[in-house]
Design a protein around this ligand. Structure first.
Ligand code: ITT
Length: 223
């Protein structure tokens, strides 16, 4: 069974309509999020860690809000910023900007321990040089587990391949409106409505996560 790796029930609600009943379940697992300017390496590394935890196929969902005139802030730090500042203060910061364009991005990272045939969606093969240089302990955190879950040193220096599916939606930051959704939804407007004013079906039809899940579901049906 595929495990959808997240601590956020809002993401699971949105993912459910793309993934066949009974074929997926939530894995409430808080993988370590490395610091990076982009979502893909964070999600890929999280998928390797979650695969080792689950011992079977996993799908990690990493998302963020990128405000254009703040050079993409909070981006990969969206979770930290929501927890510390909160969305009302993010709105207060954005309110004074002349240009409040922003985008949500979502990266889904899939790992099942095997390799991937070529397809348009990218594969993260990890940074083998850095993994090898970091030595067996750190390389082990990215490496291929052997039958006993540890692997030989050579195996551990070869990170597992992770397939990536990306989704994006443009919009702008507005004063909070709406009661639905989660996270930054009340301050993100797309086509005249905030995501918190849309029900799950309508948000999915246009959202970063909906786009990424659509690509994943089509690919996964053949796997
Ligand atoms: P997991 O890492 O356990 O999946 P999380 O909520 O921390 O849960 P992310 O790191 O991907 O997930 O999310 C970064 C932040 O962006 C976090 O504050 C979320 O609430 C928010 N976020 C993610 N997707 C969102 C969406 O579709 N609408 C609104 N906010 C979203």
């Amino acid at each position: 069974m595929l495990r959808y790796v997240t601590t956020n029930p809002g993401k699971v609600r949105e993912a459910e309509s793309y993934l066949a009943d009974g074929s997926v379940s939530q894995l409430d697992f808080d993988y370590a999020e490395i610091q990076a300017a982009e979502l893909a390496p964070i999600a890929a590394r999280g998928a390797r860690e979650a695969y080792r935890e689950a011992g079977g196929p996993v799908l990690v969902d990493d998302a963020g809000l990128f405000v254009e005139t703040l050079d993409g802030f909070p981006g990969p730090y969206s979770s930290y910023v929501e927890d510390t500042l909160g969305i009302d203060r993010v709105w207060e910061i954005a309110r004074d900007l002349e240009d409040r364009r922003a985008a949500f991005r979502c990266t889904l990272a899939y790992c099942d321990g095997a390799g991937f045939a070529a397809s348009p969606d990218p594969v993260d093969r990890g940074d083998r040089v850095a993994a090898a240089a970091a030595g067996p302990d750190d390389a082990g955190s990215d490496g291929t587990p052997g039958p006993d879950g540890t692997g030989s040193e050579t195996e551990r220096a070869e990170p597992l391949p992770v397939k990536l599916f990306e989704g994006y939606v443009p919009g702008r930051i507005v004063a909070p409106r709406g009661d639905g959704g989660f996270g930054y939804d009340p301050i993100f407007e797309h086509d005249g409505e905030t995501f918190a004013e849309m029900d799950t079906e309508r948000k999915n039809a246009v959202s970063h996560r909906g786009r990424a899940l659509e690509k994943f579901a089509e690919w996964y049906a053949d796997r």
